[in-house]
Write a protein that binds this ligand. Sequence first.
Ligand code: ADP
Ligand code: MG
Length: 257
Amino acid sequence: MTDTASEVLLVARNLTKRFGGLAAVNDVSLDLWRGRIHAVIGPNGAGKSTLTNLLSGDIAPTSGQVTLGGHDITGIKPDAISRKGLGRSYQKTNIFAPFTVWDNVQLAAQSRAPHALRWLHRADSFAPTRERAGRAIELAGLTARRDAIAGTISHGEQRQLEIAMTLATQPQVLLLDEPLAGMGVAEAERMVALLLRLKQEHAMMLVEHDMDAVFALADHLTVMVNGQVIASGAPAAVRADAGVQSAYLGEEEAHHG
Ligand code: ADP
Ligand code: MG
């Protein structure tokens, strides 16, 4: 296939995860395509983070299958899945606050250096690592902040930093769990612009509560409630769905007055 924009990179089929008697994720299937953003929305407890964890390998499914680039990755370790081209960010900020922006991204990039080199070289003495880190920082829009201490930059910049750290591992597939959480309007707009830039080269799953951002970004929209997909398709069609309105979107709009 010459059109890389229509390449399916990740396929999940009939994923179920039970925690005791609770099916946190119940028979969920989805495809992630390069050049497309697949947004997943739903109320708290719907199973969105659990679904992300199933795709990244952070937890193993009770049943179902995940393939990445045509290879079965079901049940393999997160580090191995990451090396095959899957990058993720977490719902809670996950940075080394006392280190600089540069050092955070460099450490993430270094996790991709061959093992021997990892121990023999200081992180910044290994050129390909340095290049990857520099590119990731630039792509995430943090070049001007590279020498700042991570703990002192704004919340929005910290979320950009997490994305830079993910990009430093050179993923093909990005799983982003609420990247806009806690952001002000200007920060959210900057993050939306960043995600649109990243969409060109990546397949992306975006878990997000900010509906303005979701409808600005999503090429495909899936709604989860109680572990199950209640609607999935083109965002405008999903938005118009009466069941979705009553189960989720109507309720959100009511909350926002
Ligand atoms: P969301 O991200 O959509 O808010 P989660 O995936 O975090 O939802 O949670 C889905 C359901 O699974 C919730 O009822 C939650 O309490 C439960 N759950 C999540 N993780 C665990 C766990 N490790 N052990 C037991 N129950 C869990
Ligand atoms: Mg969550």
